[in-house]
Write a protein that binds this ligand. Sequence first.
Ligand SMILES: Nc1ncnc2c1ncn2[C@@H]1O[C@H](COP(=O)(O)OP(=O)(O)OP(=O)(O)O)[C@@H](O)[C@H]1O
Length: 531
Amino acid sequence: MIQPQVGFHHLPGATPFFRIWYGLRRDDIAKILLGSSAAAISGISKPLFGYFIMTIGSLTSRIVSDTSTVKSIISDRMAVIVQCISSILIATTVSMFVNWRMGLVSWAVMPCHFIGGLIQAKSAKGFYGDAAIAHQELVSLASEAASNIRTVASFVYEDEIMKKAELSLQEPMRITKIESMKYGIIQGISLCLWNIAHAVALWYTTVLVQRKQASFENSIRSYQIFSLTVPSITELWTLIPMVMSAITILNPAFDILDRETQIVPDEPKATSDCWLVGRIEFQGVNFNYPSRPEITILDGFNLVIEPGQRVALVGPSGAGKSSVLALILRFYDPHRGTVLVDNKDIRDYNLRWLRRQIGLVQQEPILFNTSIRDNISYGSEESSETEIIQAAMDANIHEFISGLPEGYGTVVGDKGGQLSGGQKQRIAIARTLLKRPDILLLDEATSALDGESERVVMTSLGAKEWNNRGERSSNITSITVAHRLSTVINADMIVVMEKGKVAETGDHQTLISADDGVYSRLFHLQSNMKD
Ligand SMILES: Nc1ncnc2c1ncn2[C@@H]1O[C@H](COP(=O)(O)OP(=O)(O)OP(=O)(O)O)[C@@H](O)[C@H]1O
């Protein structure tokens, strides 16, 4: 199965706080604070990722919780912080004006609040961070379990999932308990410092009155200004830790955004108005997945597919068939060697344009919880009803759709759950045909169809040509990956793969006549199983 590539592109690296407020880059700040060499040593440069490896759950959790954190930092907390700072400044000026001695005392006791606030900030950091991580793990687990609910239920795995959920919360809960106790004590100390500041200010007020250095009215005014401002100071110091902790939570979110894909979809920029003829060539391709660099998947792989040819890739599981399709779609680049499309290196095409010319149908098609019509026209929204129906006919699904009470307006349910596997596959084939691809990649795309249905679909796909593109009328190039050899019997060329290499090529008749060949052995094995 081919996994889709998800790329996050070109977001500048910056710490969240500064990125939000000043748009400064992280390495700029590091350079300012530490000097450029420190930035290099600390590895602050942007990470490069060939592939994005993350569960849907944790990604969803980040999107939901982190974006609301950004909102709360920007819209709520920052407004209050600015309000506190301005009221402190105004109050200090006024109290200096009323009685400068009192004004100075107000400033003199400020360190009590600063120290209390700093201790709070330090203790709050770990407190919020752990809760966020625990939440993320739980969301990931819940989303995975919910999206695979049938597998979970069929293995009676519900209790295990509950245990895992409890387990994932145990350690953070232990840490949170300790942290909340620490936080409470620290909060108490900081309130104590707050009261000390009040007591000192009040005591000094009485001293000033006794020494006649201030009138009773002015000293009361000055003390009132001070005491009314202290809550702002305290609030400021309770908000700053919150913002600091929120920034800690945001760091992983920005780490995701800072990821850059090695395969940039918009380079080179130039696209083409033409279509592809459909010639594909693999020249000495060596390939391994970035997540498992030690395992060679394709080893000196050579293959030429002529325009309009119907090619089948067969071979034992794990031979690298789907990986060949992944390279044509440029989900990955080969480690060594070249993939050519129409005699041009695949890397020289604008990737988005190239992918638009290629249709892929996978074994487990992804359908959306919307109508059959919308599912078929996905990505080809400008298509007419006639074109949608024609695509459905080619995929041998029109009859079934017409028989439904709501026809093409029938909603297919979450992930197409209200349809059978074969119906989903045929809708996915119709969707891909509507895209009018020049190259069609079928990865076990008809595995859920019965023999007759598969024959109709494969015959229709084999004869497919897009006549309405000017002078062009050649068949589309198709590559079919299949385990069931009856699927590929009519292919123009069957490529038998073994351990990342081409073991045999030829049409069905040629390959079957080689008694000791891999294809012949597989074919007879499958025929015997049928008997
Ligand atoms: N995303 C991935 N990361 C790491 N290894 C992978 C990845 N996808 C596939 N592989 C490994 O690459 C090898 C070839 O996989 P591939 O899917 O191309 O084989 P295949 O011939 O299509 O197999 P099957 O017929 O079972 O679908 C396998 O050993 C598989 O474990």
